[in-house]
Design a protein. Structure first.
Length: 101
């Protein structure tokens, strides 16, 4: 871990496009500002943990749901799996597109 000492208004750069700026220090509290590209997620630790837990919970499949998916994949329940996975028939090119210019 890199440990740095900064004063208010001083910055730390991470890569080319992330800036962490010390905005204010009062007692044992530090206000910081983070300037990062939109595609970079920036969260407080407790918020990040909640997001991670919510993602894990939503990715879980119930046992009955999983069993139904496996039955369908194995072709049970009287449904033909292969026909559902086939691509639609190709449309032949129009005769207009085949003409030379």
């Amino acid at each position: 871990m890199l440990v740095l000492t900064r004063s208010p208004s001083q910055e730390i750069r991470i890569g080319h496009d992330i800036i962490v700026r010390v905005l204010d220090v009062k007692g044992d509290r530090v206000r910081i500002g983070i300037d990062a590209p939109h595609e970079v997620s920036v969260h407080r630790q407790e918020v990040y943990q909640e997001i991670t837990k919510a993602n894990q919970d939503s990715a879980r499949v119930s046992e009955p749901g999983l069993a139904a998916v496996l039955d369908l994949a194995r072709g049970k329940n009287g449904k033909k799996v292969g026909s559902a996975l086939k691509a639609p028939p190709a449309v032949p090119p129009s005769s207009e597109a085949n003409r030379g210019s």
